[in-house]
Design a protein around this ligand. Sequence first.
Ligand SMILES: [Zn+2]
Length: 77
Amino acid sequence: MAYRYRCGECGFKTSWGTESQGELAQELHYTDHHPGLLPGGTVEVNGKNPASQRGEGCLGCLAVLVLLFLLLASCHR
Ligand SMILES: [Zn+2]
């Protein structure tokens, strides 16, 4: 499960992560941007694993980059 915290005072959203990571990010945001206020807002929960999604996305990007690099390298010869 991934958690994302939304600020109750502005449009700030933490990045997807564990519940404790989100809580910490939310607390840091309130300390920085809304000093003196108690952290509030809402929590979004994502059932999918964000780490694996991000991993696949990066692998896809990497494959495209490698292909582009190979194309460029072959053009220069
Ligand atoms: Zn805020």
